[in-house]
Design a protein around this ligand. Sequence first.
Ligand SMILES: [Zn+2]
Length: 308
Amino acid sequence: MIPPINAHCPVPGCKTKAPHTADPQVQALLSQSPATIADWTKRCMVELIQSVIADINAPGVGRMFAYLTRWRDPEELYHRVLYALLIAPESHLPHIFSGELPNGFSAIWRKVNEVVYEGRGELLKERTDPSGRAFTAMGLLNQNAHNSYFTMLMTFGVVKDSGNEWKAHVQRHLESWQRRVEYLNHIEGLFRAGRDKAVILSAITNMHRPIEAWKNVKQPATPPVKLVRAALLTKGAKCRYQVIDQPPDMKEFRFRLHIGETRHWDEKNLVFVRTGSQQELLEAFEADLKAVKKEGWVEEGSWGGDAS
Ligand SMILES: [Zn+2]
């Protein structure tokens, strides 16, 4: 059944009796920039990470229960901020900031998985434990967050059986949280630089994409410019860059040149010399190269042509 639409909030299923924006705390959050929200999330994750490090290093066998019960927290912080800043419709932000139901982690994670992880996420994937019981990592996170008896059993069982061994696993966990803090740092910087939401979303999607998955990414169907010959020369503080290439939409080749104080060259500062057949231009290129070397230009780098 589709929940009735609330006049105060566009989020399906919300039961608020007044617009969320009437709440001064929601207003305070809405007045923060996305960069600030990313920064706050990052700092909160760092506090949790430092706290877990202290749990591992606590005297004796450490504090496993304290760690387990906060296992979901960094996950929730991270996915919620990606959802709020990059995926959710902007009209949903007051609801998300209000914390009112529905605002569950599972639903948020599902969206992030769909968009940022491109469906590769594993938190909701069903697995089987050694006794044949089905479980999901999400279920485990929730059990732990609720201080369940199962979590107590796990704590005292694992610690009794293996003492300190659990700490090595937590170390790996901490590293993945730390990596996400770095990702958030990058996102914050992109927001501060005024980049578009779509650009930032694509950046975070790329950061999460494993090498294997890159192979399946369909690149836009623009064939690359075909580079035929290039050389970089210098004379004192001056640089000379000459290049022959062929754009995908051109039958002819082009000979272009950049001379300037900067070693940097791009599409804007390359000057068109001429177009022609590959053979013609290559001959011109080599003649040019020979002539400028006589004028004192020194070849620093060369691409294409023969090595002589
Ligand atoms: Zn709402």
